[in-house]
Write a protein that binds this ligand. Structure first.
Ligand code: CP
Length: 307
């Protein structure tokens, strides 16, 4: 197996996605193995993270590898003016794989152009978050028993939400029906709606998060309105709390419905939803460990007993 980048979810065919999900399942059953002995993974986080960085780092450690990196670029020579190119070239001298989050769209792609070691995109601006998508797909598959023919309702910040963008693209293989729930300011960008039209994916748009939509969904994918992407804070204040899922809204939902959220949550899911069996966002984040173990092994070309 060759070493492979993961920059965009487009990098993966349907077969490759399914193989990563089978590998994630393998790691869920066998999480502790010394298969990365002697490997060093660098985690370069130019933006804040809790789940992505810590689950990647846990994944490496559970597989016997070692970690270098940073979670605060202010503590690196970036703060002295060192360019992204120079930073990537330097870290490539020390590590076998770079996992990188950056605030600029296209930063991970750029990194692949200045180094020969594999790059895994841990989120680039409002563009993509492919490792999140793989754990989302794993979570959907685990809870629904299939990825095919599901009705997925995406709610909140569909403009800047890189997780919904990546998930939408990945689902093209599985004949989904989408509902996009967002205010005018945060609607799904045209480029993704055109993508749906080109791929023959059915979608509807709503500004109202109503009961009929909830009651006919298999997955509700809630998202946070991302304050850090707004240039005008007043615009953020205007839209930040428009959509809120309350426990009472789930009384007549389908029995298979699961609530997903990439997290962190702010106010968009009431705390009383957490105890509802339909709430799956904490388990979803837990699945990130296994999906990221699979992603790391793919990136490093590790052979595993998974067809
Ligand atoms: N879902 C996600 O990317 O979470 P973090 O920002 O905490 O990594």
């Amino acid at each position: 197996m060759q070493r492979k980048n993961l920059v965009s979810i487009d990098d993966l065919s349907k077969d490759e996605i399914m193989k990563i999900l089978r590998t994630a399942q393998y790691f869920e059953e066998n999480p502790n193995q010394k298969i990365l002995d002697g490997k060093i993974v660098a985690t370069l986080f130019f933006e804040p993270s809790t789940r992505t960085r810590l689950s990647f780092e846990t994944a490496v450690q559970r597989l016997g590898g070692r970690i270098i990196g940073f979670s605060d670029p202010a503590a690196t020579s970036t703060s002295k003016g060192e360019s992204l190119k120079d930073t990537i070239k330097m870290v490539s001298n020390y590590a076998d794989l770079i996992v990188m989050r950056h605030y600029l769209e296209g930063a991970a792609q750029y990194a692949t152009e200045v180094t020969d070691i594999p790059i895994v995109n841990a989120g680039d601006g409002a563009n993509q978050h492919p490792s999140q998508t793989l754990l989302d797909l794993y979570s959907i598959y685990k809870t629904q028993g299939t990825l095919e023919n599901l009705t997925i309702t995406m709610v909140g910040d569909l403009k800047y939400g890189r997780t919904v963008h990546s998930l939408l693209i990945a689902m093209r293989h599985f004949n989904p029906t989408f509902r996009f729930i967002a205010c005018q300011e945060l609607q799904m960008p045209e480029v993704y709606k055109k993508f749906c039209e080109k791929e023959g994916i059915s979608y509807t748009e709503h500004t109202d998060f109503n009961q009929a939509v909830i009651d006919t969904s298999d997955i509700i994918y809630m998202t946070r309105v991302q304050r850090e992407r707004f240039t005008d804070i007043m615009e953020y204040e205007k839209v930040k709390d428009l959509y809120r899922l309350r426990n009472c809204m789930l009384d007549s939902a389908r029995s298979n419905l699961k609530i997903l959220h990439p997290l962190p949550r702010v106010n968009e899911i009431d705390r009383d939803v957490d105890d509802n069996p339909m709430a799956y966002y904490f388990q979803q984040a837990g699945n990130g460990l296994y999906a990221r173990q699979a992603i790391i092994c793919r990136a490093l070309g590790v052979t595993l007993p998974v067809e």
